[in-house]
Design a protein around this ligand. Sequence first.
Ligand SMILES: NC(=O)C1=CN([C@@H]2O[C@H](COP(=O)(O)OP(=O)(O)OC[C@H]3O[C@@H](n4cnc5c(N)ncnc54)[C@H](O)[C@@H]3O)[C@@H](O)[C@H]2O)C=CC1
Ligand SMILES: CC(C)CC(=O)C(=O)O
Length: 364
Amino acid sequence: MEIFNYMKEYDYEQLLFCQDEQSGLKAIIAIHDTTLGPALGGTRMWTYASEEDAIVDALRLAKGMTYKNAAAGLNLGGGKTVIIGDPKQDKNEEMFRAFGRFIQGLNGRYITAEDVGTTVYDMDTIHEETDYVTGISPAFGSSGNPSPVTAYGVYRGMKAAAMEAFGSDNLEGKVVAVQGVGNVAYNLCKHLHDEGAQLIVTDINKEAVNRAVEEFGAKAVDTEDIYSVDCDIYAPCALGATINDDTIPQLKAKVIAGAANNQLKETTHGDRIHEMGIVYTPDYVINSGGVINVADELYGYNRERAMKRVEAIYDNVSRVFEIARRDNIPTYKAADRMAEERIEKMRKTKSTFLQNGHNILSRR
Ligand SMILES: NC(=O)C1=CN([C@@H]2O[C@H](COP(=O)(O)OP(=O)(O)OC[C@H]3O[C@@H](n4cnc5c(N)ncnc54)[C@H](O)[C@@H]3O)[C@@H](O)[C@H]2O)C=CC1
Ligand SMILES: CC(C)CC(=O)C(=O)O
């Protein structure tokens, strides 16, 4: 992989490799763009098939955070970390302490939080070494686990998508196929079940599936069957790139609305589902609840204020549909346009020289 060419093509600022032999830490921090402010994005711990896969994942996720934070109206740039390893076996205290020291060394250019494979407890351990971490325990006056808030945002965004596709945002009786019932999707299923939606679920973790079956009366299917089930809404809530050449021909859903980051394998897949008349809810707009919630910590966490902003994901998603209709473009392009316009305007504003610039972190 030609790393500098890749970084140049998508305009990345920085890529850092962090190694600590004692703890086994192998972390890659990618910072995509800090025009709007310090880069905020979670830390994913995952067993990657190769180092190259891990680098590509960190880079793609970091760019997604630039767009997510911009589209959500946050004064934050985009970054993300991946730690190579199995979160069930390879974690230890020293690893997250060592990682915290690497983050501290960036002096506020990057702020972390949870993602797949990391927990509030891990963030608390990182916090022993640095202030540049969010999603830490409420005991520290912080916001805690972002997943339930992300789930609520996805639920709000899904309602906006239902309004667009079906002319009503009532999800009662709608059939929703949920792929991956982990931290976010379990909470999403709760909201959907409470509203009377019917759930079809799958997960590689059988316990997670059984819980959804028992608690929400969900129907379980094999992982490969989730794309082709008869449903109104497909909710990808596991990992990325599940909308691709193999899966698109199988889809029966009229709406795609889920929590996973980087759902489209390539942008061309966004064009294809648009041509098929599927309402695609851009991933980084609908799943911004978690980052909106943790970002509020930077102002002194206020749950009411944070939840009001998360509630508004409904309006943000509707705005994307409006732009798509107005400009006759697929929804993923409309979301990109919305995010890029904000970044460009702010780039110009920020070009005015200031001796000692005021920034978000000075409020902490
Ligand atoms: N946790 C949060 O607040 C946020 C999460 N996201 C994204 O949402 C997605 C889910 O995040 P979490 O719920 O936190 O992660 P999680 O790790 O708790 O849940 C993911 C679930 O997907 C399952 N899974 C993995 N591969 C699968 C496959 N091939 N088929 C079916 N199931 C599979 C896992 O077993 C797990 O239960 C991720 O893409 C994450 O990046 C995005 C924004 C915020
Ligand atoms: C989990 C969030 C707090 C931040 C993040 O990394 C994301 O939204 O993907």
